[in-house]
Write a protein that binds this ligand. Structure first.
Ligand code: GLN
Length: 537
């Protein structure tokens, strides 16, 4: 197993995760098996309890791990099989160490950052030694953060122990363009590399995030002051679509540098045809589709990251340019629904927790139901579709989820009895992949082209099956159930496309394998919305 470490410098949000994922994609194009891991220096044990306002979406893996959204990039760009060992935080590291200390595992030693914390970090870095050719480890945060120090120290030790030929360090740094000076500046990157070198780490590659192409003079300067070979200075330009990044990094020589460094290229060649195909498809689009996303975290681009990416995959597959309207659920009640949604071919309600914005989302759902606008409800979106239908079609006044009204006369969405029993232990979420079955003749079955499928979950409340008969009698079909019999999907038969699912299909969409439900939703929305003017995204 070879190891690639990716750190970041100067500022956060540079796209380290994307860079790591694209390196993975390039190595897979060489026929190598990759594994990707993210190390986050915060003290939460996992990001499950963090607000999307701070860290963006919580990404869920098949085994139910709640992880950082960068793991979404890893899955979208590579075929790596990810599990809980691929998302590590300081909270997880310290939890393991403190448990071991209480068990008496350290036999009278003083437990310290070096070697105990660094050893534990190294153990997690190399926990899947036999399951691939290259492990790519991304370090969250920015070089210089106090929290990140033990990780950099662990990397330094790791390089020493494994040998330079088996480890490669890539540093992603910002090259700011100063408009007044009309110049790209290298000093912040130099200083960030100096910090790394001060900790005993000499990066082999420098990924230069820049909005303007860098000239030969800048490259030479970076080589000299950062002590990186010329082929190791990589220009990573801003691009229109993130799916162009693998081909762009390939042109910069990233994969050849890595395979040469590790001496693993002989007898192999790079086949980038999949990424070239997706770039070509993205450029060939000749239609437009506009989707309104009604949520409470719409100001933050990363809060519904996987939903946006899944929509983009399907838009590319349908030959459409995608326009997304982010609509704050709270603002809906003050406006005219026809005006708010004019120009949109489809309405999507993503997952969510808590009471804020619920009535606005319900109004959006009722609008799409009555005006026959394609609707896609995800998790909370399905629960709200059930509440709207119960109140306004079946006539169950006051119907609600017990999450929002514990005393509702009609708990059409509620917590199951067996979940209530474990509520005191805090383990109430249904997390991870479950097997589901779609009923024949439904839009869902048609989309999947199969009866059985597996989808990932992250929720506490369920559709209350006791109301199933009343829903079906009034025209809302229960179109899938999970292996345990819980309702997984609802759809309105007499509607162009009104589908709502309890799970999160967005986590399984890939650029070249768009999720079938997103594909059909975008297809329906493009058809319905084709005469509407596209609003600005
Ligand atoms: N709040 C709802 C529940 O816990 C929906 C969760 C979600 O949308 N992920 O069941």
């Amino acid at each position: 197993m070879r190891y690639i470490f990716i750190s970041g410098g100067v500022v956060s949000s540079l796209g380290k995760g994307l860079t790591a994922a694209c390196i993975g994609a390039l190595l897979e194009a060489w026929g190598l098996r990759v594994l990707l891991k993210k190390f986050d220096p915060y003290l939460n044990v996992d990001p499950g309890t963090m607000s999307p306002f701070q860290h963006g979406e919580v990404y869920v893996l098949p085994d139910g791990s709640e992880t950082d959204l960068d793991l979404g990039h890893y899955e979208r760009f590579t075929d790596a099989k990810l599990d809980c060992s691929c998302s590590v935080s300081s909270g997880k590291i310290y939890e393991a160490i403190i448990r071991a200390e209480r068990r008496g595992d350290y036999l009278g030693e003083t437990v310290q950052v070096i070697p105990h914390v660094t050893d534990e970090i190294k153990k997690h870095m190399a926990s899947d030694e036999d399951s691939g050719d290259v492990t790519i480890v991304e370090l969250g945060g920015t070089v210089g953060d106090i929290e990140g120090m033990p990780y950099l120290e662990a990397i330094r030790q790791f390089i020493l122990e494994r040998g330079h030929g088996n480890v490669l360090h890539g540093h992603v740094a910002l090259l700011p363009f100063l408009r007044v000076a009309d110049e790209i500046k290298t000093k912040p990157a130099q200083q960030s590399v100096a910090l790394l070198r001060g900790m005993g780490i000499q990066p082999h590659m420098l990924f230069c995030r820049t909005e303007k192409p860098i000239g030969e003079d800048i490259r030479k300067k970076l080589c000299l002051f950062c002590n990186v070979p010329p082929e190791g200075v990589i220009q990573e330009l801003d691009v229109q679509s993130i799916y162009e990044v693998p081909a762009m990094l390939h042109r910069e020589g990233v994969d050849s540098f890595i395979v040469n460094h590790f001496s693993i290229g002989s007898g192999r060649r790079c086949d980038l045809s999949l990424w070239e195909e997706i770039s070509a498809m993205a450029q060939r689009r000749d239609r437009h589709v506009s989707i309104a996303i009604v949520g409470k975290y719409v100001d933050l681009k990363d809060a519904y990251k996987s939903v946006y990416e899944a929509l983009e995959h399907s838009a590319i597959a349908n030959g459409c340019h995608l326009h997304i309207g982010r609509i704050d659920a709270d603002s809906i009640l003050d406006g005219n629904l026809d005006d708010i949604f004019s120009g949109f071919g489809g309405i999507l309600i993503p997952g969510g927790f808590g009471c804020r914005g619920i009535e606005g989302k319900l109004a959006a759902i009722a609008h799409s139901r009555k005006k026959r606008i394609p609707f896609f409800g995800i998790c909370l979106g399905m629960q709200l579709a059930a509440i709207d239908f119960a109140r306004n079609v079946i006539g169950l006044a006051g119907a609600n989820s017990t999450e929002f009204d514990p005393h509702t006369p009609h708990p059409v969405v509620s917590m199951m009895d067996d979940q209530r029993d474990i509520a005191t232990c805090g383990g109430t979420m249904r997390l991870g992949a479950y097997g589901c079955s779609a009923f024949e003749g439904t839009k869902l079955h048609r989309a999947y082209g199969a009866k059985s499928f597996r989808e990932r979950h992250r929720h506490r409340y369920e559709f209350n099956g006791a109301y199933g008969g009343q829903f079906e009698k009034s025209g809302m079909i229960l179109s899938a159930v999970c292996d345990g019999g819980l309702v997984e999907a609802l759809e309105i038969a007499d509607h162009p496309w009104f589908v709502a699912v309890q799970y999160h299909p967005e986590f399984q969409s890939k650029p070249l394998r768009p999720h079938p439900l997103f594909r059909d939703f975008i297809g329906a929305a493009a058809e319905i919305g084709k005469n509407n003017a596209a609003p600005d995204s």
